[in-house]
Ligand binder design. Structure first.
Ligand SMILES: [Zn+2]
Length: 403
């Protein structure tokens, strides 16, 4: 492959006129001003900038947008898991077309372990899609997660596995891992409200004892824990319990930011989805979502300055899959990152979060041949990542510019 330029996120370097040699599903060689061996099939990307395949570390392939409770409830009440899996099949194809060659799918929202099957179908070559890390059902405590508010005489489905007490917590971790969960996902807070002093407060879900049991059991089995934590107590308890990633983190106290740096806990900010759902949720009565946009931007900036490890994640599925999740990059840059830092979030940093450092997020010998390319220089104009027109996953071209 002849790349006009190659972005190396880890070093922050951009090399020019680069030959990338791919053999099978791996990168064999990367050489500046290199010449292709005779007999090799050459892909001409000399007018393109190449970079490692992107990683979205927070997706919901089995969800089709949920601005309001009604949007969400209709999917669980009116759509079978089979139908939702068909929609998810379309979504993973879209993820790949957008340039995301790896995703961490953070729960199915009531569709059981359909994500495990989706991943299996991709790995077996049945359907096209990115590499997947999946969590299955996720966990929350009784009374904290939709569906809520129905006649108490009717049994309604829940978007998560309900777990109460440390013993049930340990058992749920064991069960989810046995059914194929790569990661464990917990919901650590709900009921957000802005205090007069500007702190975003919440109702914590799990007790610290319960969260500690979940984290301990997952780590004992060499699995990691992602925590949905939007505000003060949810984030604090997650950090105290030793989770591996804080998802959303609209408000994080300075003390918890410091602890996240010390313990190497990742922050997956999901900025775009917050702005996308805000007006709709405000119209439905929760005005706090409009206030949360500013709180989130401030938190992101403080975390960035303090040196928290930040991975790119969008919560796509929380917004419609017809929107390219790469819109997140522009907001990361708007709120303080350089384009290269934002790219690092979706490549080398995300690879580290997923413990796949030498396999993805890099174009170097031995890594998977997961590459994307775009016309122009995304380190100059980050919005170009919304126009990726070449995608290779594991040495196979899945999207190519029309010429
Ligand atoms: Zn999510």
């Amino acid at each position: 492959m002849h790349c006009g330029a190659l972005i190396e996120p880890e070093s922050g370097q951009v090399k020019h006129n680069v030959l990338v040699v791919v053999e099978g599903d791996r990168v064999k060689q990367v050489e500046e001003n290199g010449r292709s061996a005779s007999g090799a099939h050459v892909i001409d990307l000399s007018d393109h900038t190449c970079l490692p395949g992107l990683v979205d570390a927070h997706t919901h392939t089995l969800l089709q947008g949920d601005i309001t409770a009604e949007d969400y409830d209709a999917q669980l009440l009116k759509e079978s898991t089979a139908y939702r899996a068909i929609l998810a099949t379309r979504n993973v194809r879209r993820a790949l077309d957008y340039g995301f060659t790896t995703i961490r799918d953070l729960e199915t929202e009531g569709a059981g372990y359909a994500d495990v099957d989706l991943k299996k179908a991709i790995n077996n070559g049945v359907i096209p899609g990115p590499r997947m890390k999946v969590v299955g059902r996720a966990m929350d405590v009784t009374g904290a997660y939709p569906l809520q508010g129905y006649n108490w005489e009717i049994q309604v489905p829940h978007g998560v596995q309900l777990v109460d007490g440390p013993d049930q917590a340990r058992k749920a971790v064991r069960e989810q891992i046995s059914f194929g969960a790569d990661w464990i996902k917990v919901y650590s807070d709900r009921g957000y409200f802005l205090r007069p002093d500007g702190v975003l407060d919440d109702i914590p879900t799990f007790t610290l004892e319960e969260l500690r049991a979940i984290v301990d059991e997952a780590h004992r089995e060499h699995h990691k824990v992602a925590s949905h934590a939007m505000a003060l107590n949810g984030v604090h308890n997650s950090v105290e319990a030793g989770v591996d990633s804080v998802e959303h983190g609209f408000y994080i106290s300075d003390a918890d930011i410091k602890a996240m740096v010390q313990r190497g806990i990742f922050y997956v900010p999901t900025i775009y989805v917050g702005e996308y759902v805000a007006q709709g949720r405000a119209n439905a009565g929760a005005k706090v979502w409009l206030d949360m946009i500013k709180v989130h931007a401030d938190t992101f900036n403080r975390a960035l300055k303090a040196g928290v490890k930040i991975a790119f994640g969008t919560d796509v599925g929380g917004f419609d899959w017809s929107i390219d999740p790469a819109v997140e990059f522009s907001l990361m840059v708007k709120y303080g990152m350089t384009p290269m830092q934002a790219i690092r979030g979706a490549t080398s940093n995300a690879a580290q979060l997923l413990d796949m450092q030498n396999e993805i997020g890099t174009v170097s010998p031995g890594a998977f041949a997961d590459l994307v390319a775009v016309k122009g220089d995304p380190t100059n104009d980050i919005t170009l990542l919304e126009k990726i027109d070449f995608v290779m996953k594991g040495g196979e071209i899945v999207k190519s510019p029309s010429r």
